[in-house]
Design a protein around this ligand. Sequence first.
Ligand code: PLP
Length: 387
Amino acid sequence: KRYHNKMTTARPRITQDIERHPGRHNNQAILKVIQEKIMEEKDRRPFYIVNLDDIVNKHKHWVKLMPRVKPFYAVKCNNTEPVVKTIAALGAGFDCASSAEFQQVLNQGVGTDRIIYAHPCKDPQDIKRASEQGVDLMTFDNKYELIKIQSLFPDARLVLRICPQVNKGVYEYGEMYGCAVDQCKVLLEKAKEMTLVVVGVSFHIGGFCFDSMAYQNTIRLCREIFDEAKAIGYNFSLLDIGGGFPGYAVKGKPTFADVAKDINTALDEYFPKEENVVVIAEPGTYYVQSAFTLALRVIGKRVQRSAPSDKEKDKMPVYQSTLWGPTLSPTDLLVQNILLPELDIGDWLYVPNMGAYTTVLATSFNGIARPELFCLVSDEIKAGRGI
Ligand code: PLP
């Protein structure tokens, strides 16, 4: 489940500087580092291994597969310092949802031209802060947001966020965000009447959206809105195709390469290069999910049914098991009914692909200590990128 570890993975402390490890970091290498960490300190608490090479490789892969689409990393997905620092060094842009996020990014020396303030419902204080800092590209999806922006930052460059064309069953936002397609024209007319500067269209299909037609259908719709805007007197120059790109390959589901291919085709058809429309995206999960591996220690155990005898154990080496986080909350359920070998107090488990919406959704509930981050980067990447 996407948020399954939210209770236990409280915001990490970075207690160590980034460690340099020669060579590439495949799964075996990560496991070896986990083992070393466990051996180093017998009673170590849970920790993450962060493979920064993985983030760099993801970026390279993106640039290769979708050269027309400039990534603006969605900070909300994982705002830990090594992640933001690495992505800043790679030259990507940033999608920020609050003034705290754009301040964090600006502190890394990122220019305002590399930031989109992509929250359609902004705190007025944050709009003021954006105006002071010159973070002038921001999204909106209704007239009340326009009224706020007009009074606090009338020169802002606005991007209309629309409701994507996604199969309803898999769209996680419902009617929460995005202007309904049949309302876009009226809203753009309103913006024009208010003399606001609207520069383009954005959408976000949502995470874990496996509707393979979603990007294509919505890009086609964006073309129609570009044309409608022209009739109203706007000359749009920006298309923002949001996030929702897979962080690792899931069997039977479209891969990043599949999605990239569909997007490239749709862009060539509806936004040919000669038009010089700037195309950006807001990937979060894609950049960080596979870079984080969580190592967990078993601190308690309870046998619900009678334990099998030694003779039965040989026949049945795995058991229906449930893993709970360390707090007293009944919602602190990590995973239910999975088959595991018998675990004992002091055993360690490791969980790959834990970089997206984990550390950021942590709580300090029960005062449970926060997992540390141990970052790895190869000499090659560190030297090449100044990370
Ligand atoms: N853009 C917006 C507006 C979002 O709300 C989100 C996630 O909630 C993202 C981008 C990142 O999505 P993902 O992590 O699925 O790429």
